[in-house]
Design a binder for this molecule. Structure first.
Ligand code: SF4
Length: 447
Protein backbone atom coordinates (compact mmCIF):
# COMPACT_ATOMS: atom_id res chain seq x y z
CA UNK A 1 0.00 0.00 0.00
CA UNK A 2 1.21 3.55 -0.80
CA UNK A 3 1.94 5.89 2.14
CA UNK A 4 -1.21 7.89 2.94
CA UNK A 5 -1.50 11.58 3.76
CA UNK A 6 -2.56 11.85 7.44
CA UNK A 7 -6.33 12.44 7.57
CA UNK A 8 -7.75 15.83 8.55
CA UNK A 9 -11.41 14.81 8.71
CA UNK A 10 -13.28 11.67 9.73
CA UNK A 11 -16.72 10.08 9.71
CA UNK A 12 -17.76 7.18 11.93
CA UNK A 13 -20.68 5.10 10.67
CA UNK A 14 -21.97 3.10 13.62
CA UNK A 15 -24.38 0.21 13.10
CA UNK A 16 -26.22 -1.88 15.66
CA UNK A 17 -26.46 -1.43 19.40
CA UNK A 18 -25.98 1.52 21.74
CA UNK A 19 -22.61 0.10 22.74
CA UNK A 20 -21.46 0.70 19.17
CA UNK A 21 -22.82 4.24 19.29
CA UNK A 22 -20.79 4.79 22.47
CA UNK A 23 -17.66 3.25 20.90
CA UNK A 24 -18.15 5.44 17.82
CA UNK A 25 -18.27 8.57 20.02
CA UNK A 26 -15.14 7.46 21.87
CA UNK A 27 -13.26 6.88 18.59
CA UNK A 28 -14.27 10.41 17.58
CA UNK A 29 -12.83 11.74 20.85
CA UNK A 30 -9.56 9.88 20.20
CA UNK A 31 -9.32 11.39 16.73
CA UNK A 32 -10.12 14.85 18.09
CA UNK A 33 -7.02 14.53 20.33
CA UNK A 34 -5.06 14.34 17.08
CA UNK A 35 -6.79 17.36 15.60
CA UNK A 36 -8.85 15.23 13.21
CA UNK A 37 -12.31 16.75 13.00
CA UNK A 38 -15.70 15.44 11.82
CA UNK A 39 -16.16 15.90 8.07
CA UNK A 40 -18.65 18.68 7.27
CA UNK A 41 -22.10 17.46 6.24
CA UNK A 42 -22.20 16.54 2.55
CA UNK A 43 -18.38 16.31 2.19
CA UNK A 44 -16.39 13.10 1.80
CA UNK A 45 -14.19 12.40 4.85
CA UNK A 46 -10.43 11.62 4.68
CA UNK A 47 -10.96 8.74 7.13
CA UNK A 48 -14.11 6.64 7.27
CA UNK A 49 -14.64 4.17 10.10
CA UNK A 50 -17.27 1.51 9.55
CA UNK A 51 -18.22 0.56 13.11
CA UNK A 52 -19.91 -2.72 12.29
CA UNK A 53 -22.50 -4.93 13.94
CA UNK A 54 -22.46 -8.70 13.61
CA UNK A 55 -26.14 -8.98 14.51
CA UNK A 56 -27.09 -7.49 11.14
CA UNK A 57 -28.22 -10.15 8.69
CA UNK A 58 -25.44 -11.02 6.22
CA UNK A 59 -23.26 -8.64 8.26
CA UNK A 60 -19.95 -9.31 6.50
CA UNK A 61 -21.46 -9.02 3.01
CA UNK A 62 -22.94 -5.65 3.94
CA UNK A 63 -19.51 -4.46 5.09
CA UNK A 64 -18.02 -5.32 1.68
CA UNK A 65 -20.74 -3.44 -0.15
CA UNK A 66 -20.34 -0.44 2.22
CA UNK A 67 -16.60 -0.43 1.46
CA UNK A 68 -17.30 -0.54 -2.30
CA UNK A 69 -19.71 2.39 -1.99
CA UNK A 70 -17.21 4.43 0.03
CA UNK A 71 -14.41 3.91 -2.45
CA UNK A 72 -16.70 4.84 -5.37
CA UNK A 73 -17.95 8.00 -3.58
CA UNK A 74 -14.34 8.98 -2.74
CA UNK A 75 -13.29 8.55 -6.38
CA UNK A 76 -16.14 10.74 -7.54
CA UNK A 77 -15.01 13.44 -5.12
CA UNK A 78 -11.37 13.00 -6.26
CA UNK A 79 -10.37 11.39 -2.95
CA UNK A 80 -9.07 8.04 -1.76
CA UNK A 81 -10.44 7.83 1.79
CA UNK A 82 -8.62 5.85 4.42
CA UNK A 83 -11.04 3.05 5.32
CA UNK A 84 -11.08 1.45 8.76
CA UNK A 85 -13.38 -1.39 9.79
CA UNK A 86 -14.18 -1.52 13.52
CA UNK A 87 -16.79 -3.27 15.67
CA UNK A 88 -17.92 -6.87 15.91
CA UNK A 89 -17.52 -7.86 12.23
CA UNK A 90 -13.92 -6.62 12.40
CA UNK A 91 -13.38 -8.79 15.47
CA UNK A 92 -14.98 -11.89 13.99
CA UNK A 93 -13.80 -11.65 10.39
CA UNK A 94 -10.86 -9.21 10.42
CA UNK A 95 -8.36 -11.41 8.59
CA UNK A 96 -10.80 -12.18 5.83
CA UNK A 97 -11.67 -8.50 5.43
CA UNK A 98 -7.99 -7.67 4.99
CA UNK A 99 -7.64 -10.45 2.40
CA UNK A 100 -10.80 -9.61 0.45
CA UNK A 101 -10.87 -5.80 0.62
CA UNK A 102 -7.59 -4.16 -0.40
CA UNK A 103 -9.16 -0.70 0.12
CA UNK A 104 -9.23 -1.32 3.88
CA UNK A 105 -6.17 0.04 5.74
CA UNK A 106 -7.21 -0.67 9.32
CA UNK A 107 -9.14 -3.47 11.03
CA UNK A 108 -9.70 -2.82 14.72
CA UNK A 109 -11.78 -4.85 17.18
CA UNK A 110 -14.12 -3.38 19.82
CA UNK A 111 -11.61 -3.91 22.63
CA UNK A 112 -8.61 -2.47 20.78
CA UNK A 113 -9.79 0.83 19.29
CA UNK A 114 -7.82 2.85 21.85
CA UNK A 115 -4.84 1.96 19.65
CA UNK A 116 -6.41 3.61 16.60
CA UNK A 117 -3.94 6.57 16.63
CA UNK A 118 -0.92 4.21 16.36
CA UNK A 119 -2.69 2.34 13.60
CA UNK A 120 -3.22 5.61 11.73
CA UNK A 121 0.54 6.24 11.97
CA UNK A 122 1.18 2.85 10.43
CA UNK A 123 -1.33 3.54 7.68
CA UNK A 124 0.48 6.82 6.97
CA UNK A 125 3.62 4.72 6.34
CA UNK A 126 1.68 2.63 3.83
CA UNK A 127 1.22 -0.35 6.16
CA UNK A 128 -2.08 -2.12 6.71
CA UNK A 129 -2.86 -2.65 10.39
CA UNK A 130 -5.03 -5.20 12.21
CA UNK A 131 -5.65 -5.26 15.96
CA UNK A 132 -8.28 -7.56 17.43
CA UNK A 133 -6.79 -8.09 20.91
CA UNK A 134 -9.17 -8.06 23.86
CA UNK A 135 -7.51 -6.15 26.73
CA UNK A 136 -10.76 -4.41 27.64
CA UNK A 137 -9.71 -2.47 30.75
CA UNK A 138 -6.55 -1.22 29.00
CA UNK A 139 -8.83 0.33 26.38
CA UNK A 140 -10.78 2.41 28.88
CA UNK A 141 -7.60 3.54 30.64
CA UNK A 142 -6.15 4.73 27.35
CA UNK A 143 -9.17 6.70 26.13
CA UNK A 144 -9.17 10.51 26.47
CA UNK A 145 -11.48 12.48 28.77
CA UNK A 146 -15.12 12.69 27.65
CA UNK A 147 -16.03 15.59 25.37
CA UNK A 148 -19.61 14.63 24.73
CA UNK A 149 -22.01 17.55 24.88
CA UNK A 150 -25.73 17.01 25.00
CA UNK A 151 -28.51 16.27 27.44
CA UNK A 152 -28.33 12.50 27.17
CA UNK A 153 -25.11 10.46 27.23
CA UNK A 154 -24.00 6.84 27.27
CA UNK A 155 -21.51 5.46 29.75
CA UNK A 156 -20.14 1.95 29.23
CA UNK A 157 -19.77 0.28 32.63
CA UNK A 158 -19.44 -3.34 31.58
CA UNK A 159 -18.47 -5.22 28.46
CA UNK A 160 -18.51 -8.77 27.23
CA UNK A 161 -20.65 -11.74 28.03
CA UNK A 162 -20.16 -15.15 29.64
CA UNK A 163 -23.68 -16.42 28.95
CA UNK A 164 -23.17 -18.07 25.54
CA UNK A 165 -26.75 -18.02 24.29
CA UNK A 166 -26.60 -20.44 21.39
CA UNK A 167 -27.66 -17.88 18.74
CA UNK A 168 -25.34 -15.04 19.76
CA UNK A 169 -21.85 -13.97 18.68
CA UNK A 170 -21.24 -11.43 21.44
CA UNK A 171 -19.22 -13.77 23.74
CA UNK A 172 -16.88 -14.36 20.78
CA UNK A 173 -16.65 -10.77 19.51
CA UNK A 174 -16.68 -8.81 22.78
CA UNK A 175 -14.99 -11.41 24.99
CA UNK A 176 -15.55 -12.31 28.64
CA UNK A 177 -17.51 -10.11 31.07
CA UNK A 178 -15.47 -7.28 32.57
CA UNK A 179 -16.55 -4.44 34.84
CA UNK A 180 -14.94 -1.01 34.72
CA UNK A 181 -13.77 0.26 38.14
CA UNK A 182 -16.27 2.19 40.29
CA UNK A 183 -14.01 5.24 40.70
CA UNK A 184 -13.43 5.54 36.93
CA UNK A 185 -17.17 5.45 36.30
CA UNK A 186 -17.96 8.07 38.92
CA UNK A 187 -15.24 10.32 37.44
CA UNK A 188 -16.51 9.81 33.87
CA UNK A 189 -20.10 10.51 34.95
CA UNK A 190 -18.95 13.80 36.55
CA UNK A 191 -17.24 14.76 33.27
CA UNK A 192 -20.38 13.99 31.29
CA UNK A 193 -22.50 16.12 33.62
CA UNK A 194 -19.97 18.97 33.42
CA UNK A 195 -20.25 18.70 29.61
CA UNK A 196 -24.03 19.13 29.81
CA UNK A 197 -25.49 15.66 30.31
CA UNK A 198 -28.66 15.53 32.41
CA UNK A 199 -29.32 11.88 31.69
CA UNK A 200 -26.82 9.01 31.65
CA UNK A 201 -27.58 5.56 30.31
CA UNK A 202 -25.25 2.93 31.73
CA UNK A 203 -24.34 0.43 29.05
CA UNK A 204 -23.18 -3.15 29.08
CA UNK A 205 -23.85 -6.34 27.18
CA UNK A 206 -24.86 -7.68 30.60
CA UNK A 207 -24.99 -4.38 32.41
CA UNK A 208 -26.43 -5.86 35.59
CA UNK A 209 -23.46 -8.24 35.87
CA UNK A 210 -21.42 -5.14 36.73
CA UNK A 211 -19.66 -5.39 40.11
CA UNK A 212 -16.96 -3.31 41.75
CA UNK A 213 -15.58 -1.84 44.95
CA UNK A 214 -17.01 1.43 46.14
CA UNK A 215 -15.10 4.29 47.79
CA UNK A 216 -15.22 2.45 51.14
CA UNK A 217 -13.87 -0.80 49.67
CA UNK A 218 -17.26 -2.57 49.81
CA UNK A 219 -18.25 -4.85 46.95
CA UNK A 220 -21.27 -3.38 45.20
CA UNK A 221 -23.40 -4.29 42.21
CA UNK A 222 -25.12 -2.07 39.67
CA UNK A 223 -27.69 -0.93 42.26
CA UNK A 224 -24.84 0.41 44.44
CA UNK A 225 -23.23 2.18 41.50
CA UNK A 226 -26.57 3.78 40.59
CA UNK A 227 -27.05 5.02 44.17
CA UNK A 228 -23.61 6.67 44.04
CA UNK A 229 -24.18 8.26 40.63
CA UNK A 230 -27.54 9.59 41.85
CA UNK A 231 -25.58 11.81 44.27
CA UNK A 232 -24.04 13.79 41.39
CA UNK A 233 -25.55 17.27 41.30
CA UNK A 234 -26.93 18.14 37.89
CA UNK A 235 -27.48 14.52 36.91
CA UNK A 236 -31.25 14.18 36.77
CA UNK A 237 -31.89 10.81 35.18
CA UNK A 238 -30.20 7.41 35.19
CA UNK A 239 -31.02 4.46 32.93
CA UNK A 240 -29.27 1.18 32.16
CA UNK A 241 -29.33 -1.42 29.45
CA UNK A 242 -29.12 -4.39 28.61
CA UNK A 243 -29.83 -6.73 31.50
CA UNK A 244 -29.90 -10.50 31.79
CA UNK A 245 -32.58 -12.00 34.08
CA UNK A 246 -30.05 -14.21 35.87
CA UNK A 247 -27.90 -11.30 37.05
CA UNK A 248 -30.69 -9.35 38.77
CA UNK A 249 -29.78 -8.57 42.36
CA UNK A 250 -32.14 -7.53 45.15
CA UNK A 251 -30.20 -4.27 45.51
CA UNK A 252 -30.93 -3.24 41.92
CA UNK A 253 -34.62 -4.08 42.26
CA UNK A 254 -34.77 -2.10 45.51
CA UNK A 255 -33.04 0.87 43.84
CA UNK A 256 -36.01 1.16 41.48
CA UNK A 257 -38.23 1.85 44.46
CA UNK A 258 -35.82 4.14 46.30
CA UNK A 259 -33.68 6.14 43.86
CA UNK A 260 -35.74 8.93 42.38
CA UNK A 261 -33.27 9.61 39.56
CA UNK A 262 -33.44 6.00 38.35
CA UNK A 263 -36.07 6.09 35.63
CA UNK A 264 -39.03 3.68 35.80
CA UNK A 265 -37.97 1.66 32.78
CA UNK A 266 -36.43 -1.78 32.42
CA UNK A 267 -35.24 -3.47 29.25
CA UNK A 268 -35.17 -7.17 30.11
CA UNK A 269 -34.90 -9.52 27.14
CA UNK A 270 -36.62 -12.91 27.36
CA UNK A 271 -36.39 -13.99 23.67
CA UNK A 272 -39.09 -16.69 23.89
CA UNK A 273 -42.01 -17.61 26.13
CA UNK A 274 -41.40 -21.34 25.82
CA UNK A 275 -39.15 -23.32 28.15
CA UNK A 276 -37.94 -25.86 25.58
CA UNK A 277 -36.89 -23.04 23.25
CA UNK A 278 -35.29 -21.11 26.13
CA UNK A 279 -33.29 -24.22 27.00
CA UNK A 280 -32.20 -24.71 23.38
CA UNK A 281 -31.17 -21.04 23.38
CA UNK A 282 -29.16 -21.69 26.59
CA UNK A 283 -30.87 -18.71 28.24
CA UNK A 284 -30.55 -20.42 31.63
CA UNK A 285 -33.92 -19.19 32.87
CA UNK A 286 -37.52 -20.23 32.36
CA UNK A 287 -40.57 -18.24 31.33
CA UNK A 288 -41.89 -18.60 34.88
CA UNK A 289 -38.70 -17.36 36.58
CA UNK A 290 -38.69 -14.37 34.21
CA UNK A 291 -42.31 -13.54 35.08
CA UNK A 292 -41.60 -13.79 38.84
CA UNK A 293 -38.72 -11.36 38.38
CA UNK A 294 -40.98 -8.90 36.59
CA UNK A 295 -43.43 -9.16 39.50
CA UNK A 296 -40.65 -8.15 41.89
CA UNK A 297 -39.82 -5.07 39.80
CA UNK A 298 -43.48 -4.12 39.68
CA UNK A 299 -43.74 -4.50 43.44
CA UNK A 300 -40.74 -2.16 43.90
CA UNK A 301 -41.88 0.35 41.26
CA UNK A 302 -45.53 -0.14 40.24
CA UNK A 303 -45.40 2.23 37.25
CA UNK A 304 -42.29 0.66 35.71
CA UNK A 305 -42.35 0.34 31.89
CA UNK A 306 -40.98 -2.91 30.54
CA UNK A 307 -39.38 -3.66 27.24
CA UNK A 308 -38.06 -6.92 25.88
CA UNK A 309 -36.28 -8.63 22.99
CA UNK A 310 -37.79 -11.53 21.06
CA UNK A 311 -36.50 -13.96 18.46
CA UNK A 312 -39.10 -15.80 16.38
CA UNK A 313 -38.38 -18.94 14.39
CA UNK A 314 -35.53 -20.27 16.51
CA UNK A 315 -34.58 -23.73 15.12
CA UNK A 316 -37.28 -26.26 15.96
CA UNK A 317 -39.82 -23.67 17.21
CA UNK A 318 -43.31 -25.15 16.76
CA UNK A 319 -46.54 -23.20 16.38
CA UNK A 320 -47.49 -24.10 19.98
CA UNK A 321 -44.10 -22.91 21.25
CA UNK A 322 -44.52 -19.65 19.36
CA UNK A 323 -47.97 -19.28 20.96
CA UNK A 324 -46.19 -19.30 24.36
CA UNK A 325 -44.24 -16.24 23.19
CA UNK A 326 -47.50 -14.46 22.39
CA UNK A 327 -48.77 -15.44 25.84
CA UNK A 328 -45.78 -13.98 27.68
CA UNK A 329 -46.20 -10.74 25.71
CA UNK A 330 -49.83 -10.61 26.91
CA UNK A 331 -48.84 -11.41 30.46
CA UNK A 332 -46.08 -8.78 30.74
CA UNK A 333 -47.90 -6.08 28.69
CA UNK A 334 -44.68 -4.55 27.40
CA UNK A 335 -44.42 -0.82 26.77
CA UNK A 336 -41.99 -1.48 23.89
CA UNK A 337 -40.17 -4.44 22.32
CA UNK A 338 -37.54 -5.35 19.79
CA UNK A 339 -38.40 -8.45 17.79
CA UNK A 340 -36.42 -10.23 15.11
CA UNK A 341 -36.50 -13.31 12.92
CA UNK A 342 -33.90 -15.86 13.90
CA UNK A 343 -30.91 -15.63 11.59
CA UNK A 344 -27.96 -18.02 11.91
CA UNK A 345 -24.61 -16.52 12.93
CA UNK A 346 -21.61 -18.47 11.67
CA UNK A 347 -19.76 -20.20 14.48
CA UNK A 348 -22.71 -20.26 16.93
CA UNK A 349 -24.23 -23.60 18.05
CA UNK A 350 -27.74 -22.70 16.82
CA UNK A 351 -26.49 -22.15 13.25
CA UNK A 352 -26.07 -25.91 12.79
CA UNK A 353 -29.13 -27.03 14.78
CA UNK A 354 -31.73 -29.15 13.03
CA UNK A 355 -35.19 -27.78 12.32
CA UNK A 356 -34.27 -24.40 10.76
CA UNK A 357 -37.60 -22.64 10.17
CA UNK A 358 -38.60 -21.64 6.61
CA UNK A 359 -38.51 -17.86 6.02
CA UNK A 360 -42.21 -17.58 5.17
CA UNK A 361 -43.18 -19.10 8.55
CA UNK A 362 -40.79 -16.74 10.34
CA UNK A 363 -42.26 -13.76 8.44
CA UNK A 364 -45.78 -14.73 9.42
CA UNK A 365 -44.87 -15.28 13.10
CA UNK A 366 -42.97 -12.01 13.28
CA UNK A 367 -45.94 -10.17 11.85
CA UNK A 368 -48.29 -11.68 14.43
CA UNK A 369 -45.85 -10.97 17.26
CA UNK A 370 -45.32 -7.36 16.22
CA UNK A 371 -49.04 -6.80 15.93
CA UNK A 372 -49.51 -8.09 19.49
CA UNK A 373 -46.61 -5.99 20.79
CA UNK A 374 -48.05 -2.94 19.02
CA UNK A 375 -51.40 -3.41 20.79
CA UNK A 376 -49.73 -3.42 24.20
CA UNK A 377 -47.51 -0.46 23.32
CA UNK A 378 -50.55 1.59 22.31
CA UNK A 379 -52.41 0.50 25.46
CA UNK A 380 -49.43 1.53 27.60
CA UNK A 381 -49.26 4.93 25.90
CA UNK A 382 -53.02 5.45 26.24
CA UNK A 383 -52.85 4.61 29.93
CA UNK A 384 -50.27 7.40 30.32
CA UNK A 385 -52.69 10.07 29.10
CA UNK A 386 -53.56 12.43 31.95
CA UNK A 387 -50.28 11.88 33.79
CA UNK A 388 -48.01 14.85 34.42
CA UNK A 389 -44.34 13.95 34.15
CA UNK A 390 -40.94 15.38 33.32
CA UNK A 391 -39.70 15.37 29.73
CA UNK A 392 -36.04 15.85 28.83
CA UNK A 393 -35.96 17.99 25.69
CA UNK A 394 -33.75 16.33 23.06
CA UNK A 395 -34.48 18.12 19.79
CA UNK A 396 -36.75 20.45 17.85
CA UNK A 397 -39.89 18.98 16.31
CA UNK A 398 -40.99 19.33 12.70
CA UNK A 399 -43.43 22.17 13.41
CA UNK A 400 -42.69 25.71 14.50
CA UNK A 401 -42.27 25.91 18.28
CA UNK A 402 -42.52 22.12 18.68
CA UNK A 403 -40.06 20.16 20.81
CA UNK A 404 -39.38 16.47 21.24
CA UNK A 405 -38.14 14.70 24.32
CA UNK A 406 -38.46 11.56 26.41
CA UNK A 407 -40.79 10.81 29.28
CA UNK A 408 -39.48 8.87 32.31
CA UNK A 409 -40.92 5.75 30.61
CA UNK A 410 -38.79 6.41 27.49
CA UNK A 411 -41.79 7.43 25.39
CA UNK A 412 -41.25 10.10 22.74
CA UNK A 413 -43.27 13.17 23.71
CA UNK A 414 -43.90 16.28 21.62
CA UNK A 415 -45.19 19.57 22.93
CA UNK A 416 -45.15 23.24 22.04
CA UNK A 417 -43.51 26.07 23.95
CA UNK A 418 -40.44 28.25 24.40
CA UNK A 419 -37.65 25.85 25.23
CA UNK A 420 -34.17 24.63 24.53
CA UNK A 421 -32.46 21.30 24.09
CA UNK A 422 -31.49 19.92 27.50
CA UNK A 423 -34.34 21.57 29.40
CA UNK A 424 -36.22 19.33 31.76
CA UNK A 425 -39.87 20.33 31.59
CA UNK A 426 -43.09 19.25 33.21
CA UNK A 427 -45.68 18.11 30.72
CA UNK A 428 -49.18 16.68 31.01
CA UNK A 429 -49.60 13.84 28.53
CA UNK A 430 -52.69 14.62 26.51
CA UNK A 431 -52.87 12.28 23.50
CA UNK A 432 -51.35 8.94 22.64
CA UNK A 433 -50.34 7.21 19.42
CA UNK A 434 -48.52 3.89 19.01
CA UNK A 435 -45.05 5.50 18.90
CA UNK A 436 -45.37 8.87 20.60
CA UNK A 437 -47.48 11.10 22.81
CA UNK A 438 -48.53 14.72 22.64
CA UNK A 439 -48.24 16.79 25.79
CA UNK A 440 -49.20 20.16 27.25
CA UNK A 441 -46.36 22.11 28.79
CA UNK A 442 -46.73 22.96 32.50
CA UNK A 443 -43.37 24.36 33.61
CA UNK A 444 -39.62 24.11 33.29
CA UNK A 445 -38.09 22.06 36.09
CA UNK A 446 -34.42 22.85 35.39
CA UNK A 447 -32.73 24.79 32.61
S1 SF4 B 1 -26.76 -12.81 27.24
FE1 SF4 B 1 -26.97 -14.09 25.44
S2 SF4 B 1 -27.89 -12.70 23.90
FE2 SF4 B 1 -27.04 -11.40 25.51
S3 SF4 B 1 -24.96 -10.89 24.81
FE3 SF4 B 1 -24.78 -12.71 26.12
S4 SF4 B 1 -24.86 -14.46 24.74
FE4 SF4 B 1 -25.63 -12.67 23.60
Amino acid sequence: MKPQTPPQTYRVKSFGCQMNVYDGERMGELLAERGIVPAPEGEEADLVILNTCHIREKAAEKVYSDIGRLVAAGKEAGKAPLVAVAGCVAQAEGEEIMARAPAVSIVVGPQAYHRLPEMLDRAAQGERATDTDMPAIAKFDALPARRKRGPSAFLTVQEGCDKFCTYCVVPYTRGAEISRPFSHLVAEAHKLVEAGAKEITLLGQNVNAWAGEDEKGRTVGLGGLIRRLAQIDGLERIRYTTSHPNDMEDELIAAHGEVEKLMPYLHLPVQSGNDRVLKAMNRQHTAESYLRLIERFRAARPDIALSGDFIVGFPGETEAEFADTLSIVDEVRYAACFSFKYSPRPGTPAATMEGQIPPEIMDERLQRLQQRIGQHQLAFNRASVGKTCTVLVERKGRHEGQWLGKSPWLQSVHFTGEHAIGDLVEVTLAEAGPNSLGGILRQTVTV
